[in-house]
Write a new protein. Structure first.
Length: 70
């Protein structure tokens, strides 16, 4: 996975949506720290979380990992 591309896209989507890291974490039933680490590229999402993020923002997993442009 292209971790840096994913991190940038996650942060951009969250910001565009107008949500804080805490609000996104609550919606995805995870922690704010995990969202922070995902956005900084320190960790990669597991497949389950990747699906949840894609569904939440109504984008494809391919877009999230940098394989497609919108």
């Amino acid at each position: 996975m292209r971790v840096i591309e994913f991190a940038k896209r996650l942060k951009a989507l969250r910001t565009e949506f107008g949500a804080t890291q805490k609000q996104l974490a609550d919606a995805l039933q995870t922690t704010q720290r995990r969202i922070s680490y995902l956005e900084s590229g320190k960790i990669e999402p597991d497949l389950c979380l990747l699906w949840q993020i894609a569904d939440f923002f109504d984008v494809s997993i391919d877009y999230l990992i940098g394989r497609l442009e919108i």
